[in-house]
Write a protein that binds this ligand. Structure first.
Ligand code: ZN
Length: 186
């Protein structure tokens, strides 16, 4: 399981409702927790691992693993608050954006049990950030246009470099394979 990066189409698509909490969905949730914790993240949404399902996970400083399936934001406070945000799909970039201070959300947990939660602080922010992912929205969309454009270009260059490296690697292994085939021929 890999976390897709800015530039990937998946990050801009709308995710679909989870119709049944199967063993596959539970496995997805547990794999997502492993990947997120390994990456030192506090939240991860299914589209970030290439799965267009309305599901995300959060684990903030309190260490509690929270799973939100088919979440619905019921209310957000009028009061807003600025705070620095990052995203595992926009690695190495942070920016201060303003969001509602409090949020009320309803969702199903990993066992399909409905719950409602009022959250603020880091948890409230993570919930709003991850919920946006299910609608193809990224936190840079709330940032200053210059910053957004620069970040998009930075990731385009990163992706190009990655592809270039991959092509070199491919060409190299093709040469080695040809060499070996030659040797065997002799
Ligand atoms: Zn994110």
């Amino acid at each position: 399981m890999e976390i897709v990066q800015l530039g990937s189409e998946t990050l801009r698509q709308k995710s679909e409702t989870v119709t049944e909490i199967t063993e596959g969905v539970k496995k997805l949730v547990s794999d997502m927790f492993s990947v997120m914790i390994a990456a030192n993240g506090v939240g991860l949404a299914a589209p970030q691992v290439g799965v267009l399902k309305r599901l995300f996970i959060v684990r903030v400083d309190d260490g509690i693993r929270r799973t939100f399936i088919n979440p619905q934001i019921l209310e957000t406070s009028e009061e807003t608050e600025p705070s620095e945000e990052g995203c595992l799909s926009i690695r190495g970039v942070w920016y201060t954006i303003t969001r509602p201070k409090r949020v009320k959300i309803q969702a199903l947990d990993e066992n399909g049990k409905p719950f409602t939660l009022d959250a603020e602080g880091p948890l409230g922010r993570a919930i709003q950030h991850e919920n946006d992912h299910l609608n193809g929205i990224l936190y840079i969309d709330y940032a200053d246009a210059d910053f957004r454009q620069k970040t998009i270009e930075q990731f385009q260059r990163r992706a190009a470099r990655r592809e270039e490296k991959l092509a070199i690697k491919k060409a190299k292994s093709a040469r080695i394979a040809a060499k070996n085939a030659n040797k065997e021929g002799r």
